[in-house]
Design a protein around this ligand. Structure first.
Ligand code: NAD
Length: 471
């Protein structure tokens, strides 16, 4: 049998991955009808909004959606209909770290994947290619296949593929339009290889053939966890070195530059910071830790766990620097936190280091003013409530103010903390910030964003992560 020519795609999950990924497929493949479905009505309404106020912020996303929506790109809450009509289904639902039960705090919660899989089995009338897009532990595809086979109607067959997503938030559209690679894992059977070719043919509409890598199912699943673990490990490594720089007077910029020249190391992802965040790095490493422990490999588990521990250390070390520098107390002091998203060019705050910093400042009884160009106010309150579960939101609100511009946020503050590397923070009028701050005026740069010497010339006391100077 020749591979199926895909003409209708359904994507279950209209989040940070499903939305941009399948919008780009629709954009690049006008002959394929793509329907992205979600149970969350508000999210779907936002994707369908007439003013294109989409539920997630990604540079370039609005243009892609404007181009394809209504042509061959649709957003809907009618999950069953989209499943029934599709010949290929992406499962792109969330897989957060389990909060309770076996593996709590480490293992991935596969409940959403399982519910979506069971829904496919329950409503499909015809054969489907089911693609695992969510990041999942090794061998999840096998569980999905077992569920599908046990619950399918006669005559319906399901081929399972693993096609992990490597996009980075903030550059998602760029990454999707010109991916480093697309990875497709399949069973190495004739049917499995056929299904793999069907999906590869979809990507062939814009991705060069040599960038589409086809491997076995389990290798594909593990590769996604491995890629995130290696990326996060690089950040924790440079952050560990930043602590040494601060203690010795070395400069982490110079160290990163010097080591990055080694072609075996390379210059990317060597930027010290207040720590990594986002929905994936920590979750996927913890998942790898859990997998290693389940496989009775405690030394391997301990190795990867340390990457997360170093990240926690980096965040608390930065909070401590702020307290120490502000004469060992920030009680009653006013601190502006610039940036709340976990990185620039996204409105996503999941595991954002800014949350930990604000939580630490609040526990020291400081007053905090937050500004972020993309994060919604309601999201900030939600994150702070979750970070301080024992403190009522009303009490938090007495200590925290949300500002509508960076300049407003910095007025009458003792210190400014840069938590996210938004470009606009580099371009602030620091002269007027200085005029409106209490003196001495401190800047703590957790992202190596500002020109520290220029700020010092204005009169600021400046601390930059990874630099050993005294303020
Ligand atoms: N965010 C990233 O940068 C990124 C990158 C690569 C991979 N991933 C992985 O992709 C997956 C999705 O991540 P995300 O950031 O898009 O998550 P998300 O939480 O933004 O989106 C998931 C969506 O799935 C919906 N959903 C859950 N169960 C459903 C069901 N049964 N039917 C219909 N809709 C359902 C939810 O309502 C939600 O809108 C995760 O496994 C994640 O690890 C994320």
């Amino acid at each position: 049998m020749p591979p199926v020519q895909v003409s209708k795609i359904c994507c279950i999950g209209a989040g940070y991955v499903g939305g941009p990924t399948c919008a780009v497929i629709a954009f690049k493949c006008p002959h394929i009808s793509v329907t992205i479905v979600d149970l969350n009505q508000a999210r779907i309404d936002a994707w369908n909004s007439s003013d294109f106020k989409l539920p997630i912020y990604e540079p370039g996303l609005v243009d892609v959606v404007k181009h394809a929506r209504g042509r061959n790109l649709f957003f809907s809450t009618d999950v069953d209909k989209a499943i029934q009509e599709a010949d290929l289904i992406f499962v792109s639902v969330n897989t957060p770290t389990k909060k309770s039960g076996v593996g709590a705090g480490f293992a991935a919660d596969l409940n959403y994947v399982e519910l979506a899989t069971r829904r496919i089995a329950a409503v499909a009338h015809s054969s489907k290619i089911v693609v695992e897009k969510s990041t999942v532990p090794c061998r999840t595809a096998e569980s999905m296949r077992t569920i599908l086979e046990a619950n399918s109607r006669p005559g319906c067959r399901f081929d399972i593929l693993s096609n992990p997503e490597f996009l980075a938030e903030g550059t998602a559209i760029e990454d999707l339009l010109a991916p480093d690679r697309v990875l497709i894992g399949s069973l190495q059977t004739p049917d499995g290889l056929n299904a793999c070719e069907s999906l590869a043919n979809v990507y062939a509409n814009w991705v060069p053939k040599e960038r589409v890598l086809t491997v076995g199912l389990w290798s594909s699943e593990l590769s996604k966890l491995a890629a995130n673990a290696m990326l996060a490990q690089r950040i924790s490594s440079i952050n560990a070195l930043s602590a040494i720089c601060e203690a010795t007077g070395a400069n982490i910029d110079e160290v990163a530059h010097a080591i990055g020249f080694d072609s075996r190391i390379g210059p990317k992802f060597l930027r010290a910071s207040v720590g990594f965040g986002g929905s994936c790095f920590q979750k996927d490493i913890l998942n790898l830790v859990y997998l290693s422990e389940s496989l009775h490999l405690p030394q391997v588990a301990a190795y990867w766990r340390q990457v997360v521990e170093m990240n926690e250390y980096q965040k608390s070390r930065f909070s401590k620097t702020v307290v120490d520098t502000l004469f060992n107390t920030i009680t009653g002091k006013h601190i502006a936190v610039l940036g709340f998203a976990f990185k620039a060019d996204t409105g996503d705050t999941r595991e954002s280091p800014a949350i930990s910093l604000v939580r630490d400042f609040l526990s020291e009884r400081a007053y905090v003013t937050i500004y972020d160009p993309q994060v919604e106010e309601a999201q900030i309150w939600l994150d702070l409530s979750e970070a301080c579960p024992l403190v009522p939101l009303e009490t938090i609100k007495k200590q925290v103010t949300i500002a509508s511009s960076a300049l407003d946020a910095c007025k009458n503050m003792e210190a400014v903390v840069i938590a996210t590397e938004w470009k606009e923070f580099r371009e602030i009028n620091w002269d007027s910030v200085y005029k409106n701050m209490n003196k001495p005026a401190f800047v703590f740069d957790g992202r190596m964003l500002v020109d520290a010497d220029a700020l010092r010339a204005i009169g600021f006391k400046v601390k930059v992560i990874g630099r050993g100077e005294r303020v």
